[in-house]
Design a protein around this ligand. Structure first.
Ligand code: HEC
Length: 720
């Protein structure tokens, strides 16, 4: 018997091996690799033994490297039937031969007459018979092109465009003049049959409309359903807000994408915080469905279940990446699960049918004082018992940097002078004094998580402490120096550029926003005016601010402000439904005097967690700062990983601009390659004509590094 079994096994293996050898093409058809968001490529051709021979097979130069400030190219390629679809840093859509990099067609979306709205992380492929389309989110519109020819499909929507403002129609305040509100979409939507589900992104300030989740028909572009992430009166969840919250505030949006369980027809959304970031006086309650994983019937938009990862968010803890659909063995039972990583280092593993946690989640008491006047902090927050967090949770004196004695002293002084209790709890309410906490930028980030079929999840993560300052708006505006121009500037621009343009850091860990106090020495009135109208990279358009107000802001910046009646100030604030009493006055990364993170290394890590048991396989530093002698610190990282059947994990994402291959067994780096610019994006891997490739876009431009515009594709050399 035993012999027969062994023979049978060997035979089975041989058949499997032969089948693997015959597979010539493996697509990478979706953002996240597949609809489950696994970022997994089964091919075994590139493996631990031969990865050392990996070389550049072809390079595509988008021609979009404008140099200077950030390209912010966060794009993850998709590959279908030997064709790669890429969106360039300046939003052009190109189809490339995935084996050679040769351009097949190019589509320039400026012909739509619309503008891009920040980086595009991905596009969506859809097909039915011979009808094959690429669906693109572009600014606030959706358009489609023929996947074979690159032709714009004009029968979709109105003259080829569907506008995501349409979902606001059910809200009497935000829907009265929907075009007035800035909306865009930086991540792709997801398809289930003919249903295209999309999210949105908006400012997260007082002008942010609600981020309803919507579905459009892929063929007609008609709106199919809208889900109110901030419920309207009478809808489930309405009582978790103030009675008027839905009219006054917005966001609670899914800006990061979706995953789909095709078999069950369920689409999963991951939402962000409600506006305004950092101050929730107007929204008492838990605030469903902000900061939630939500399961929908993809056809109807009916909510099946939800799970909230932060109650009443005061820290901008958006869910930054889509969930990851996996099957694990837990206590001897097979469970179809969804794994959701968060900005603040937690991993929630839920049954994907019921939404119930696989490992217990504890409602844990958190600090609620001192909070800003009017605020209603949640007394508890949900924390999973397992797995343990993959990023730092609290800064204590013991974890302050020991890089040099000077750095330690510098950080300690500032630490002692900031708001924190018993360590900088990541749940400390925001304050005017400055509150220290983790989990404003990741933790996990938009690059997402990778999973292999064994149920191991790979998460790259940051240990970055943030120093967040609030300002009392009335007090600020009453200062003698406040003029109509500065008031307008502070209402519209200070959240990024700091009060009066003095500078502040941004949210996701990229380079600081430009200081504008001396902008007149660099830019003319016309240049500033154009920039405010069009926006650029992460600078949004302010075309919706009345022209007279924009002129006042320019006068303020150029120090040419004349005496203008104060009545014309505050216009923007009167045109938004609500003006918060407190506003963010900037959020900085808490760093030492030489610009390195304020806590002990590692500052960036790669983690492998066995989701069957909730235990870590390994945690290793990810990347290094070339200027530091210690190459084991890890760095801030943005961009995700792809894991392969060959037991490898490919990731760039770090300050040192390398693409690396890790051994998934033990977290050892077994190959690395210096990219022409930082790869702040997620690689893709695919197979064409029997050859496996790994591709990544190299946009650079983060962390003060130079920009780039090339996509590199690697493969093993052909056998001699
Ligand atoms: C969401 C963040 C954000 C907000 C809000 C914002 N900006 Fe910007 N701004 C940026 C970014 C990012 C850049 C750099 C753009 C680039 O990389 O090309 C920038 C660049 C600029 C520049 C060019 C600076 C230079 O030295 O080239 C000016 C001028 C400017 N912003 C003015 C404004 C004004 C005026 C407002 C308010 C009406 C505003 N910004 C609001 C993010 C923002």
């Amino acid at each position: 018997m035993a012999t027969t079994g062994l023979y049978a096994q060997t035979a089975k293996k041989a058949v499997k091996k032969a089948a693997a050898a015959m597979v010539k093409d493996i697509d990478y058809p979706s953002y996240g690799g597949n609809k489950a968001g696994n970022r997994y490529m089964p091919a075994t051709q590139i493996n631990k033994k031969n990865v050392k021979d990996l070389q550049v097979a072809w390079t595509y130069d988008s021609g979009d490297n404008t140099g200077g400030r950030g390209n912010d190219w966060q794009y993850q390629p998709i590959v279908v039937k030997g064709v790669m679809y890429v969106v360039t840093p300046r939003s052009k859509l190109v189809a490339l031969d995935a084996a050679t990099g040769k351009q097949i067609w190019i589509f320039d979306p400026t012909v739509t007459g619309k503008r891009p709205g920040g980086p595009t992380r991905g596009v969506t492929y859809w097909e039915k018979g011979d009808d094959k389309r690429i669906i693109v989110n572009y600014g606030f519109v959706i358009f489609e092109v023929n996947a074979a020819t690159g032709e714009w499909i004009k029968s979709f929507g109105e003259d080829g465009l569907a506008d995501i403002h349409i979902g606001l129609k059910d809200n009497e305040v935000w829907g009265a003049d929907p075009q007035k509100w800035g909306m865009r979409n930086t991540s792709p939507g997801a398809v289930y049959k003919d249903v295209y589900v999309v999210g949105s992104s908006m400012s997260e300030g007082q002008d942010a409309p609600p981020g309803y989740i919507q579905a459009f028909n892929v063929i007609t572009g008609k709106l199919l359903w809208v889900f109110h992430t901030i419920p309207l009166p009478g809808e489930y969840g309405y009582s978790t807000w103030g009675p008027d919250s839905y009219k006054k505030i917005g966001a609670a949006n899914d800006w990061t994408g979706f995953v789909v369980d095709d078999k069950r027809g369920i689409v999963y959304a991951s939402t962000g915080s409600a506006s305004v970031d950092f101050y929730g006086a107007i929204r008492p309650g838990q605030n469903l469905f902000a900061n939630c994983i939500i399961a929908f019937d993809a056809k109807t938009g009916k909510r099946l279940w939800h799970f909230q990862t932060i109650h009443h968010d005061m820290w901008d803890r958006d869910l930054v990446c889509p969930g990851n659909l996996v099957t694990i063995m837990h206590n001897g039972k097979k469970i179809d699960a969804i794994a959701q990583a968060t900005k603040d280092g937690l991993l929630f593993i839920l049954d994907r049918v019921t939404g119930r946690p696989v490992f217990p989640v504890k409602e844990t008491p958190v600090p609620t004082t001192p909070a800003l006047p009017g605020e209603h902090p949640s007394p508890t927050q949900p924390i999973p018992v397992l797995p343990k967090p993959y990023s730092m949770q609290e800064l204590t004196e013991a974890t302050i940097t020991d890089r040099t004695p000077e750095a330690h002293a510098y950080v300690l002084e500032r630490y002692n002078n900031s708001l924190h209790v018993s360590g900088a709890s990541k749940y400390m309410p925001p304050s005017e004094k400055g509150t220290l906490y983790f989990g404003f930028g990741g933790g996990a980030e938009w690059g997402g998580t990778a999973v292999d079929p064994k149920g191991i999840i790979y998460i790259n993560s940051n240990n970055m402490l943030w120093w967040q300052f609030m300002v009392d708006v009335a007090k600020r505006d009453a200062l003698a120096a406040a003029t109509p121009g500065s008031t307008l500037f502070n209402a519209n621009c200070a959240s990024c550029h700091g009060s009066n343009g003095g500078g502040a850091n941004n949210g996701d860990g990229a380079q600081p926003y430009p200081v504008l106090t001396d902008v007149g020495s660099r830019l003319t009135r016309v240049q500033i005016s154009t920039l405010m109208e069009t926006g650029r990279a992460r600078m949004p358009s302010f075309a919706n601010v009345p022209k007279a107000d924009r002129d006042l802001i320019i006068d303020f910046l150029l120090h040419t402000e004349k005496n203008v009646p104060a009545a014309s100030a505050n216009v923007r604030r009167q045109t938004t439904p609500y003006s918060p009493a407190f506003q963010s006055n900037g959020t900085r990364q808490f760093r030492d005097q030489e610009g390195y993170p304020a806590m002990k290394a590692p500052w960036g890590t790669l983690n492998a967690i066995n989701m069957n048991t909730g235990q870590y396989l390994w945690q290793v530093p990810l990347g290094y700062y070339p200027k530091l002698a210690d190459h084991t610190t890890g760095t801030e990282n943005h961009g995700g990983a792809v894991v392969t059947g060959g037991g490898l994990l490919f990731i760039a994402a770090t300050d040192d601009e390398n693409l690396r291959a890790f051994d998934t067994k033990n977290g050892k780096v077994i190959w690395q390659y210096q990219l022409p610019a930082g790869g702040f994006a997620t690689p893709a891997s695919y197979m064409v004509n029997g050859k496996q490739y790994v591709s990544i876009v190299c946009g650079g431009g983060r962390y003060g590094l130079p920009s780039g515009g090339k996509l590199l594709t690697f493969a093993l050399p052909d056998k001699q």
